[in-house]
Design a protein around this ligand. Sequence first.
Ligand SMILES: Nc1ncnc2c1ncn2[C@@H]1O[C@H](COP(=O)(O)OP(=O)(O)OP(=O)(O)O)[C@@H](O)[C@H]1O
Ligand SMILES: [Mg+2]
Length: 286
Amino acid sequence: MLGWLRPKNKSLPADGSGEEQPRAAADGEPDARLIHTEAIAESSPSSFERSFAEAEDSADLTIPLLTVTGVERSFPVGGQQLHVLKGINMSLYPRKLIMLKGRSGSGKTTLLNLIGGLDQPNKGEIVFKEHPFHLCSDDQRTQIRRKEIGFIFQSFALMPLLSAWENVELALRMADVPRSEWKQRAAHCLELVGLSRRMHHRPFELSGGEQQRVAIAKAIAHRPSLLLADEPTAELDSQMGAQVMSVFRDIIETEKVTICMTTHDPTIMEVADHVFEMVDGKFINT
Ligand SMILES: Nc1ncnc2c1ncn2[C@@H]1O[C@H](COP(=O)(O)OP(=O)(O)OP(=O)(O)O)[C@@H](O)[C@H]1O
Ligand SMILES: [Mg+2]
């Protein structure tokens, strides 16, 4: 069903069907194409853009972005230890779409929290780029996360009183991106997710799929190299879920990001570069 969304290296039509394209404005509406063009015209590639482009062009795609080795995680519950992860090994390579599957309670979110530096393993190693997360303090992991990792949640997690534009701008502020970059970058990210014409809408004025696309724009605004998404399509119908996956495929190409997501949906899994299946705290198909 999602055949048209298969990875680019499996030769696909790149028409991005289903994506909203910027169109001419109706009377009285601002023309999103003009807003975007203005934003682009305002500045030539900035230092932020240039340093990103240079770093990414020289990236070695055969070196893992993240490695997880022998990771275990247990939680104290009722005086006993609940062993959730029992020896996880995985490598995530640059510019890939990776999915984690497994029954409810199998430990997918627990693992995502560990690789995003939100939590620490009881045993084992997690190395993200040159950073050994298992040895880093909370503050060090927070700093790395702010600069290098983006998160997307099932429930979108947008600020309800802020417009789509302001939500993305807030992410840039939080990541210490220079103020002069905000306008162009926010416009670019909203255009990437096909929402140029909805940038002044607040979350309650958007559909579920549109809200999730704002959440994607927000998560990639600071140019993370790793994007983690916990069941990003679970609250969407199949068409909106397919749109989100199409956006994911696009941003892997354009933003050079690696995406690691969880899902229960076999149709969505069709578009992954690799699916890890978790059973009883371990992967069965690495
Ligand atoms: N902080 C915690 N304290 C105690 N137990 C926890 C904690 N976090 C997770 N668990 C337990 O670990 C197990 C795995 O939880 P996790 O949320 O990782 O599962 P999941 O695979 O993401 O499930 P789902 O598909 O339902 O989202 C569950 O049994 C859960 O109760
Ligand atoms: Mg979960």
